[in-house]
Design a protein around this ligand. Structure first.
Ligand code: DX5
Ligand code: ZN
Length: 217
């Protein structure tokens, strides 16, 4: 079954506990933590202390999906591992040593993800698909929640899903940006296995209903 990862970027930062609780109580599968540095993307969100505090609040069971939108993420991997990330996803565009970065994340005992901006082709990550735990396809230009999904990314998602099937890879195929009930079916059909939902989740009156409709139930 498809997993849903609400993004805390759309939660109330002055009451993050309520945002995290909303994810857990409504049966979200992962909790997506968007880390932004003001360089790789224009916006600044939060850092490793927030992730550590969230981990302390959730206990061991929650799956903390940490999406690093930061330049040279290799500088900060230890901190996010220490903070309790389950998955650390870095951008292919943000590091000159993607292979070493993936390896370092694994050495820290954390699952490793690689994200692609809408304009980045999958060629950048093909050599690593056998060892990546998650491929994160951005369907908006990263930096802000509440944008509209860029539909031209969908063929790339489908090609990655096809390659995964053909070669028997195990990675999760996560889609992030502008996901809502109206476009979830197309994304599921393209082969997405995890859908991130920020504004759709936190804006929904009935969050369980929102999760059901994103899952196609
Ligand atoms: C965008 C972030 C996304 C964002 C998604 O830079 O990586 O995770 O929070 O928000 P929505 O679902 O509102 O597009
Ligand atoms: Zn994200």
């Amino acid at each position: 079954m498809i997993k849903i990862a609400p993004s805390l970027l759309s939660a109330d930062f002055s009451d993050m506990r309520s945002g995290v609780r909303a994810c857990m109580e409504n049966g979200a599968d992962w909790i997506h933590c968007d880390v932004m540095d003001g360089f790789f993307v224009p916006n600044i969100s939060f850092g490793s202390k927030m992730v550590a505090d969230i981990r302390r609040f959730t206990g061991e069971k929650a799956y903390l999906d940490v999406h690093l939108m930061i330049e040279k993420p290799e500088r900060y991997l230890d901190r996010y591992a220490e903070a309790g990330a389950s998955l650390i996803t870095v951008h292919a565009e943000a590091t000159e040593d993607l292979e070493g970065t993936i390896q370092k994340i694994h050495e820290l005992g954390v699952q490793a993800g690689v994200s692609l901006n809408p304009a980045t082709g999958e060629e950048a990550i093909l050599p690593f698909l056998d060892r990546i735990d998650t491929v994160l396809c951005m369907t908006v230009i990263p930096g802000y929640g509440g944008q509209k999904l860029i539909g031209s990314v969908i063929p790339k998602i489908a090609r990655l899903a096809e390659r995964k099937r053909e070669r028997g890879y195990a990675f999760e195929l996560e889609v992030d940006g502008g996901v809502r009930p109206e476009n979830a079916a197309v994304l599921r059909e393209a082969g997405a296995t995890v859908l991130v939902a920020g504004s759709a989740f936190f804006g929904a009156e009935d969050k369980q209903e929102l999760l059901r409709s994103l899952r196609g139930e």
